[in-house]
Each structure stands twice: as structure tokens, then as C-alpha cells.
Write a protein that binds this ligand. Structure first.
Ligand code: BGC
Length: 770
């Protein structure tokens, strides 16, 4: 754990330059706007340790799979989030010496991520050769003009006797690599490049996938705030363009470089229009100017915060942690485009390759449902709807029939690209999360039309998969599900994982229920769909009903708990508290074989099922399962503690709920798992939000109404959060006085607080006293 980030409620601050932390900070201070994003690399040259990362959403490369032993059914490639052209680069030489913080002596270094207004600011004093230089750099990825990134780089020499030569080279560099390339391959070809009097562009195309991306820039140079008329020299290299300005600068004169850059991809523009459109986008940006764009950025972020801020009074460190999580989620996914999704690392690193995991449906959907317009979550659902054909192909390639769909564990475009058999073929519970997200969306929004238009088609395909994936056991006279991996990836190829079997059966039940609903609401639509997908209602629903009725679930009479899988109790039962600290995390300290044989649970598994389907279980059942599984869980996935936090809160265990919340709240800010340098844990940030809103706030949807069962963590004076729900925007404040609900909308609404209905009038507030 590190402790170098300064606490501030709205900013992430690093003071003093520690090169050992640079890659961690590059992740933490990342910027993004849903369309593009980047790590907090420096603009000027840096010869020290760095992970360079510029990413354009939806642009990926199918890196050829690398495995020791090929197995039939393995995908041929693993889609990689692609490191794209570097648009931030500005080389600066002062009196012939480069600004390079790895070699210059650095003082007064400060990096600041302003979450309120959405920009990154860096100030430093560097000893560049014989010259002291003060610099202040501001950069942002515009959320208003989402193809544009802007940099204002100010610096001045201090204490020089005579005019200095300064060489400034803003550039675009397409000569980039992915650190995680399987064969050390370069993923981009250069198509074209050009230099203008004030900028230029590089046009790159990905190998194999053929995405065209043009990255361009236009620059303005000022001295003491006044434009200078100096003609730059072109610098042209392979996949690289730059323009070099030579200036003479006196002591304390301030040099400003304004760099407006843009990334346009063939996903959003026709290839023959890319260059013209790039020029238009850049001209529009330069016309607006830096100050206007920065002000627009602040206004757009203010609007976002209005809908999704969480305010914690009495604990600045927790406040910073939760805002950081909300900020990063909003930087990663804006919901504008149903072809995009939320990668586990967002735009902060390459790890985990493809963009879409079950993380989206299981963890991110609740966050976007409550904090963003309805269409944002709808687009996440549509993303899967549009990939249904590929999910059916994927299942067919594994031997499933009749339109059964198996969604991929990891994907960019719907094709499976994960290639460890125990996950690719066995971690099939992901199908359940996709169905659950449809249920969650409809429960939250009331948008039942979605079911007839899209949802039912997905649900039937998923139900078909489950009905073929189980088999009848003559011995048990029940259906069983063999050879699976549950959410707990520390167990593979197990039989009858309780969670997977439970969600499989739930999917079949839900598909039947939705089919009935759609049939009675709109018979024509229903029959059209049934014909389109050859749904033999009588036969298929009879089969599903039979499975629903006769499914086998492992259970321990002795402990009164659902058993994670057959044979779980054969394992030596050791508790995490008895594991010596030097043995943890076990995924770094133990052999895989030892992990598989141990009883330790990587992440919520049975408890994940109890969290999803809590209404089906009484409190005693929940408590017994929680008390049994929690002590065996090592939480070596960052997705895990939030589920435990929510269940602990439900069970009234406020202290532990808070402890679990703490594990994720500052996971990246404090580099808790020693891996933030690879990128932030973006999808688990949604879990932190869930811990506060569903855990401490106890928020649920009950019969079309929002219900709250809140408690105030002892360390806090109060906390409050915003939620949008069916056309209303509510603020829920939990303090020692009670629960205050403020309705910021024109419609009255009824909410349930501690089990009692409360009417909150339009634009009014109501206090339910403690
Ligand atoms: C977890 C998975 C998760 C993936 C990406 C893994 O460590 O076990 O549940 O989908 O990370 O976040």
C-alpha cells in the first residue's frame, strides 16, 4: 500500500516527483471522455520508466493467441485495447538541453487531477542543463468535443543573463507498441501523413481489423501571452510528424504552446472524409480556443456531478476515494455509442485486453442506471443485443444448437477472445449476468417495451443454452451442470457450482415469464419473434420448466448453507484469518495447483447469487451463508468486497460493511494491490459506488419504487447521493438527524424509507427522522 496521494475532496494531488511511482501516477491521473483516453504520460520527453498509453474507444487489434497447448474451440485471437498514436508529445529543448524529468533535477513537482472540472494540471521546476525552468501544463480530453484533446504548456526560464534558444517540437507519433503484444508485433501501418504550417496529421490503419485512425494537431505559440509569428520547420519520420519552432526567449518570459489535437476513426467517419473532417474538428477547436474549451469542460462536468456526486461529510479521504471512482467511470463510458463498453482498466492501461467482461452487467449497470440517463444503460444492453448473432455462433462452434447463445467471457466485437479453457469454456455464468442486466434495467426503468423489442430474443437464446448445457443424471434423478468455473476462479472444472446452476435456472424462469408478458402485451410482436428465431414455445418451455423443477443444487445440511460446488467440504477447511500474512495474496505466493486444492475463494460466488436474488432468501439463510463463506474469501478480485459490503449492511453488520467498502474505495489511489501501474480497476469502481448506495444507503427497487434502508457509518457525519429514477432526480442524505430526501424534479414521487412509504412532492424535500 502507498500513501503518497494528498487528500483533497475534489482533486487528486501528487507532490514531489518520485520516479518509482511514475507508472502508478500515470494510471491514476489518466484522462478520458468515453471516445478516447490516455495515461498521464508527460508531454515532454521522458527517458525514465513509463507505460505509454493513448487509446481510441472501439479500436482494437486481434493479437494472435499464445497458448502452450492448443485446444479445439480456442479463439484464434485475443482482442487488445490498442495503444494508438501519441498526440500529447511536445519535445522542448532549452539552450540545447531537453526537458526530461528523468535526467533533470526536479523541484516543486505537483500533479493535480481536477475531478470537478475534468482536467489534469502539472507544475514543476526543472534544472534543464544550466537553466532553471518553471512549467505549468494543463491538459484535458474534451467531453463536449469528444474527438479533441487540448494542452496548454507554459514555461519560463529563470535567472538567465541573455536570450536563450528554445526549440519546441509538438508532434504526433504513430510509432507505438502495446506492451502486452503476444509476438512483439507492431499493430499499425502508416497510410499517410502531412504537415501544415501549424500542425499536421498521421493517418494510421490497424493491421487485420483495418480501423483507420487519423491523429492530427494544430498549434499556437505565444510569448508573454502574445502570438509569435515564427515559421516552424517540418520534422518527418516514419509514422511521425512534428513541427519545430525555434525561439529566443529572455529571462522570465513565458512561452505558451497551445496544442489542439484530435483522433478521428473510421468507426465514425468514412475513410475518404477523415482528413477533411479532422481539419474541421481542429479548426472548430482552435476557434473556440483553450479558455472556452476549458470552461465548457467545467460546465459539462458540473452537469454530470449534479446527477452522480456522492458527498461524504467528516471523512475527506473517503470523499476523495468515491469521487475518484465516479470520475473514472464517467471518463470511461458516456453511453453515447452502443458499440462501446467498459473495459476492466478503462482507458488507463492495456491489461485485460478486450473491453467487455461480465463486469459490465454485474457491476457497472447498477451505477449507470442510477447516475446517468436511461439510454446509457440501454446502450450497454443493446451492445449485447447486437452481438447476439456472434454469441449464437460461439455456442454453435462448441456444439450447441437451435439458436443457443453463449456470450463471450472477453470481447470487443462479440467474438470470444479469451483463451484459457477453464474460463473460455467453463466460466459460463457470464450468460446469466447478461440476462440479469436486462431484468435489472427493466426493474429500474420500467421500460417493458425493451423486452418485446430486444430483451426476449436474448433471453430465449440464453435459456436455450442453459437447457442444453445441463444434463439429466440418472443417478440423482435430477438435472446437473458439470464442468464449470464459477465466479470464484480459484476452482475450475467443478460440478454443480451453486451460483451457475442458480442463475441458469433463474434465466429459464425469467425467459418464460417475459415470453408470457410479451405475448399478452403484444401478440403480433411475440409471434413475429417466435417465427424469426423458430421458437417452439410448447416444446422448449416444457423442457425449461422440467429443468426448473428438477435441478440439483448442492447443499450442506451440516452447515445449513448452499454448497459452492460438489465436494467443496472435502477440502481442508482453513480460514483466511489463519493464513499467515506472508502467504498472501495466494495468487502470487502459491502454485496454481495449491490454490485449486485449497478452500480459499477468490471472489463472491455463492454470495454473488445471494446478492442477485436476495428476495428469495430469508435473513437466516443469508446470514448462515455469509458467515460461512466470508471467512473463506480472500477477495483477490477487486470485484469481490462490494458484494460482501452490501450483504454485511443488509445483515446489520455496519462495521464490516464499512471494512469491505474501504478495500475498494481507495484501491488505486493507495495502490492497495501493488498493481495500479498496469492501470486502474475501473469496473470495480462501480462496486465501490454500490457499496455506498446499495450497502450504506440500502437502496433497492421494490415494486417500481425506490426503497432505502440506510445507516450512517460511524466515522462519517453524513453522506448523500444522487439517483435518477423514472424521470425524477433525487438526493438522499443520511445523517444523524435521519434521512432527507430532496426531489429535484417536477414530478412527485413515492419512496420507501425503512419500510414505510413517503410521498416527496415535486421540488420539495422531506426528512424522515432518525
Ligand atoms: C475476475 C473476473 C473479472 C475479471 C476482469 C478477474 O480477476 O475474477 O470475475 O471478470 O477479473 O475484471
Amino acid at each position: 500500500m502507498k500513501d503518497y496521494i494528498k487528500v483533497d475532496e475534489w482533486k487528486i494531488i501528487e507532490e514531489g516527483f518520485n520516479p518509482h511511482y511514475n507508472k502508478i501516477s500515470e494510471s491514476i491521473f489518466s484522462l478520458g471522455n468515453g471516445r478516447m483516453g490516455q495515461r498521464a504520460n508527460f508531454e515532454e520527453a521522458y527517458s525514465g520508466e513509463t507505460l505509454q498509453g493513448n487509446y481510441v474507444a472501439g479500436v482494437y487489434y486481434p493479437d494472435k493467441t499464445r497458448v502452450g497447448w492448443w485446444k479445439n474451440g480456442y479463439p484464434e485471437y485475443f482482442a487488445k485495447v490498442l495503444n494508438a498514436a501519441n498526440w500529447i508529445g511536445i519535445d522542448i529543448r532549452v539552450g540545447g538541453e531537453p526537458i526530461d524529468l528523468a535526467t533533470n533535477r526536479v523541484d516543486e513537482f505537483r500533479r493535480e487531477l481536477n475531478m470537478k472540472e475534468g482536467f489534469l494540471k502539472r507544475t514543476f521546476r526543472a534544472d534543464v542543463g544550466k537553466t532553471l525552468v518553471d512549467a505549468e501544463v494543463i491538459r484535458f480530453c474534451s467531453i463536449v468535443d469528444d474527438e479533441v484533446g487540448v494542452i496548454q504548456y507554459n514555461f519560463r526560464p529563470i535567472g538567465v543573463d541573455s536570450a536563450l534558444t528554445i526549440a519546441i517540437t509538438p508532434y504526433i507519433n504513430g510509432n507505438v507498441k502495446n506492451q502486452d503484444a503476444n509476438y512483439d508485433e507492431n499493430f499499425w501501418n502508416e497510410i499517410d501523413k502531412n504537415i501544415w504550417s501549424d500542425g499536421g496529421y498521421v493517418h494510421m490503419k490497424t493491421k487485420k481489423t483495418g480501423f483507420d485512425v487519423v491523429t492530427g494537431m494544430k498549434c499556437v505559440i505565444l510569448i508573454d501571452g502574445k502570438p509569435v509569428d515564427v515559421k516552424p520547420e517540418p520534422v518527418v519520420k516514419e509514422k511521425f510528424i512534428g513541427i519545430e519552432y525555434k525561439l529566443y526567449v529572455e529571462d522570465m518570459q513565458e512561452v505558451t504552446i497551445l496544442k489542439f489535437a484530435a483522433n478521428l476513426s473510421s468507426q465514425n467517419h468514412t475513410v475518404d472524409q477523415l482528413i477533411d473532417n479532422l481539419k474541421t474538428v481542429l479548426e472548430k477547436a482552435i476557434d473556440k480556443g483553450f479558455e472556452t474549451m476549458l470552461a465548457e469542460q467545467a460546465a459539462a462536468w458540473a452537469e454530470k456531478w449534479k446527477h452522480n456526486d456522492i458527498i461524504i461529510e467528516g471523512d475527506a479521504s473517503a470523499q476523495q476515494g468515491i469521487r475518484f471512482n465516479i470520475f473514472q467511470l464517467n471518463q470511461t463510458y458516456t453511453g453515447e455509442d452502443d458499440r462501446l463498453n467498459i473495459g476492466p482498466k478503462g482507458f488507463t492501461g492495456e491489461k485485460y485486453g478486450g473491453s467487455t467482461y461480465w463486469d459490465t452487467e454485474a457491476y457497472c449497470v447498477p451505477f449507470y442506471l442510477a447516475t446517468a440517463p436511461q439510454k446509457v444503460t440501454r446502450n450497454l444492453l443493446l451492445y449485447r443485443y447486437k452481438q447476439l448473432g456472434k454469441a449464437i455462433e460461439n455456442a454453435a462452434s462448441l456444439g450447441f444448437k437451435n439458436g443457443a447463445a453463449l456470450y463471450p467471457m472477453v470481447t470487443m466485437d462479440g467474438t470470444e477472445c479469451h483463451n484459457e479453457w477453464e474460463i473460455t469454456f467453463e466460466e459460463i455464468h457470464r450468460n446469466g449476468a447478461i440476462a440479469y442486466a436486462i431484468f435489472n434495467y427493466v426493474r429500474y426503468t420500467g421500460d417493458e417495451a425493451y423486452l418485446a423489442d430486444y430483451g426476449l430474443e436474448v433471453l430465449i437464446a440464453i435459456a436455450r443454452f442453459w437447457s442444453q448445457r445441463v444434463n439429466w443424471s440418472e443417478d440423482k434423478q435430477q438435472y446437473v451442470m458439470l464442468g464449470v468455473t464459477g465466479p470464484n476462479e480459484y476452482e475450475n472444472n467443478i460440478n454443480n457450482n451453486w451460483y451457475t446452476s442458480t442463475i441458469a435456472v433463474w434465466c429459464m424462469k425469467y425467459a418464460l415469464e417475459v415470453a408470457e408478458k410479451v405475448k399478452s402485451a403484444d401478440a403480433d410482436k411475440y409471434h413475429a419473434l417466435a417465427a424469426k428465431i423458430s421458437f417452439n414455445e410448447a416444446e422448449e418451455s416444457a423442457k425449461w420448466s422440467d429443468i426448473i423443477e428438477k435441478m440439483y443444487y448442492p447443499y450442506s445440511e451440516k452447515h445449513g448453507v448452499f454448497l459452492q460446488q460438489d465436494g467443496y467440504l472435502d477440502k481442508e477447511q482453513i480460514l483466511v484469518k489463519d493464513l499467515p500474512a506472508d502467504q498472501r495474496p495466494i495468487n502470487q505466493k502459491w502454485s496454481w495447483d495449491r490454490i485449486l486444492r485449497s478452500c480459499f475463494i477468490k471472489q463472491a460466488d455463492v454470495l454473488q447469487g445471494i446478492y442477485f436474488f436476495e428476495d428469495q432468501y430469508d435473513m437466516d439463510t443469508i446470514r448462515r451463508n455469509f458467515d460461512f463463506y466470508e471467512p473463506r474469501t480472500v477477495h483477490e478480485s477487486s470485484l469481490s468486497p462490494c458484494v460482501h459490503a452490501i450483504l454485511a449492511a443488509k445483515l446489520g453488520d455496519e462495521t464490516r460493511a464499512y471494512e469491505f467498502y474501504l478495500r475498494t474505495s481507495r484501491l488505486d489511489l493507495d495502490d492497495y494491490n501493488n498493481d495500479t501501474e498496469d492501470g486502474c480497476h475501473t469496473t470495480s469502481m462501480a462496486g465501490t459506488w454500490m457499496s455506498v448506495v446499495e450497502g450504506f444507503g440500502g437502496m433497492r427497487v421494490k415494486d417500481g419504487k425506490l426503497s432505502f434502508q440506510p445507516f450512517l457509518p460511524a466515522k462519517w457525519n453524513s453522506f448523500s447521493f444522487h439517483v435518477g429514477f423514472r424521470g425524477t432526480l433525487l438526493n438522499i442524505k443520511v445523517s444523524k438527524d435521519g434521512v432527507q430526501i430532496t426531489n429535484h424534479s417536477e414530478a412527485e414521487t413515492v419512496v420507501i424509507v425503512h419500510g414505510k412509504e413517503q410521498l416527496v412532492k415535486a421540488n420539495d424535500e422531506l426528512l424522515v427522522e432518525a
